[in-house]
Unconditional design. Structure first.
Length: 190
């Protein structure tokens, strides 16, 4: 159970590596340039909060609720999102570095990943129906048994998606991006 409740608060340039963020419920709070890296952000509740320019590198987010949470230009390398609480989870990512993060088996319909670095991200068995990867770099991201129905890859780059093991009905790709669907066949397109 949460120890405290914060609403409409702003937290600026706080270092939560040594002194953990107090356990509790945070509603409509704004975190700017805060550092959580390699720390613990587990068992928290964030509702309609935003994080801007924060560092979450390798942070433990186990059992944390992220309900309608926005991340803008955050460093989120190595986060294991599947350990967070799936209850009402809704994320918005813009300009974030999510490299080596994992969303294994999560249900994330309509999630925007705008202008994000998604190198080596694990989307295995993730439900990404209607997601947008606008302007994102998906170098070495893993898609295996992933639901990508109606997902938008029209301005995404460096993705490698095998249509035979993923669900791609009505997904959007640019003509230049089609090569990302053919890599497994070792076809030379000129």
């Amino acid at each position: 159970m949460a120890e405290s409740f914060w609403i409409d608060q702003e937290f600026v340039k706080q270092d939560y590596i040594q002194n953990k963020l107090p356990k509790g419920d945070y509603e409509n709070c704004h975190f700017v340039d805060c550092t959580f890296g390699k720390g613990f952000l587990d068992n928290q509740n964030f509702v309609e909060c935003s994080f801007e320019g924060c560092d979450f590198t390798n942070t433990n987010i186990a059992h944390t609720i992220f309900n309608n949470v926005t991340f803008v230009e955050c460093k989120m390398v190595g986060l294991q999102f599947e350990t967070s609480n799936p209850l009402l989870s809704t994320f918005h990512f813009k300009g974030c570095n999510l490299s080596v993060a994992s969303f294994y088996g999560m249900d994330l319909p309509q999630t925007p990943f705008e202008d994000c670095k998604l190198h080596q991200v694990d989307f295995t068995q993730t439900k990404l129906k209607g997601c947008s990867f606008s302007g994102s770099d998906l170098k070495d991201a893993t898609f295996d048994d992933t639901d990508l129905e109606q997902a938008d890859f029209s301005s995404a780059v460096n993705f490698n998606i095998d249509p035979s093991v993923n669900h791609l009905k009505k997904s959007k790709f640019s003509k230049d991006g089609l090569i990302g669907l053919l890599k497994k066949y070792d076809i030379v397109v000129t």
